[in-house]
Every structure is written in C-alpha cells, then in structure tokens.
Design a protein around this ligand. Structure first.
Ligand code: SAH
Length: 201
C-alpha cells in the first residue's frame, strides 16, 4: 500500500479499496499465493487480472474531478477492477466478450455482496448504447484507437480511461469529452491484453 502511495496514488478511497478487496478470490487457487504481488497474473482464456497499481491509477484518473456516478467498463475479466470501483460510483455497466469469464465474475461479485453492477456478454467495441450516456468509461483491454462509438456514449465532461496501442507499445490515456474535441493526457506506458472483436461462448 505504501508502495502505491510512493508510486503516486493519492486518492484515499482508492487506496482503501485496494487494501480491502480480497484479490485472491478473483484467481485460481493455484495462483492465490501470488495474489498480493503487484503484477498482472493469468485468469484463463489467455486473459489476465490487472496489476493493482494500474487498477488504482485508472480508478483514480476516472474519479478525479468528481461527478462520476454511472460507469461503463469494457473487459470485465475476473471482475477485480469492477470490485475496486463499485462502492465509489452509483452504477457500473460491464461488458465482457468471453462468456465463462463473465459468469465467473458475476459469481465472485455476488459472493462479495456487490450489487450495483450490470453484466452483459457483448463486444465492447460497440459499447452499451441502450444505457448511454455514461459519466465515465473504463477500457481494461487495449484498442489501437478508441472506437468513436464509445465517445458518443460519454456525456460532455465525462472521462474515458483507456490503454491504447499495439501490444508492447501501449500508453494509458485519460480523455475528457469536450464540445468540439476531446482533451487527452498520457498517464504513462502500460501493458494490457488487446481489445478484440466478436464474442466467445
Ligand atoms: N478488468 C480485469 C482485467 C481484464 S483483462 C481485471 O480487473 O483484472 C481484459 C478483458 O477484456 C479480458 O477478459 C478480455 O476477454 C476482455 N475483452 C477483450 N476484448 C473485448 C471486447 N471487444 N469486448 C469486451 N471485452 C473484451
């Protein structure tokens, strides 16, 4: 925890969540002994659970400035990022393209009594237009560039946090939606699995 603070995480609510969410519950038992290392680890289907530092960084960047109640998350994975964010916003809409991962995440979050999350098996490239507009959008898989459909589903002044770029050369960006153009700031280099198209059952 002290390490996350040293690395620049200052939002106390976020630090508290990283401290209290039991990360081992999101992983296979075989890897659970490594759950509290600050690294990404495999969760099956070629996907990973995100590094706590990166989850903290993205959550902090999303919330900074206030007014974030309704959030769209793309790439539920095991649901760890969802769990960290859940009590800090009103409602989360989360999309995952691999159905077994989505089912497992739903079960884990239910066990943790997290109830403000709506799950959907769908392709995040198209977002969740029926529930738009969102105050914030989080991508936990990296596109080459952010799909316009997602900016269309963000309210004015809303924030979109996303890793962008090809594998091995991604950068984390924070976008703020404006009237005519979006503001964009880099939060540094990151390593995420790619955002891919289509569904897997
Ligand atoms: N949020 C997770 C990390 C998820 S890894 C955590 O907290 O640890 C990224 C996830 O994005 C994977 O589960 C992958 O299947 C999913 N993904 C990739 N492309 C997607 C798409 N187009 N739509 C929805 N989910 C996608």
């Amino acid at each position: 925890m002290q390490r996350l603070q040293e690395q620049g995480i200052t939002d106390q609510r976020v630090l508290d969540r990283i401290r209290t969410v039991p990360r081992h519950l999101f992983m296979d038992e075989a890897l659970a002994t490594r759950a509290y290392e600050d690294t990404a680890l495999p969760i099956g289907f070629g996907q990973t659970i995100s590094q706590p530092f990166v989850v903290a960084k993205m959550t902090e960047a999303l919330l900074a400035g206030g007014g974030i109640e309704k959030v769209l998350e793309i790439g539920t994975g095991c649901g760890y990022q969802t769990a960290v964010l859940s009590p800090l916003v009103k409602t989360i809409y989360t999309l995952e393209r691999i159905d077994p991962l989505l089912k497992r995440a739903r079960r884990t979050l239910r066990e943790l009594r997290i109830r403000n999350v709506n799950f959907r098996h769908d392709d995040g490239n198209i977002g969740w237009p029926a529930r738009a507009p969102f105050d914030g959008i989080l991508l936990t898989a990296a596109p080459h560039s952010v799909p316009q459909a997602l900016f269309d589903q963000l309210r004015l002044g809303g924030r979109l946090i996303a890793p962008v770029g090809p594998e091995g050369r991604q950068e984390l960006f924070r976008y703020v939606k404006g009237e005519t153009r979006n503001e964009r700031h880099s939060l540094g280099p990151v390593s995420f699995v790619p955002l891919v198209s289509g569904l897997q059952r």
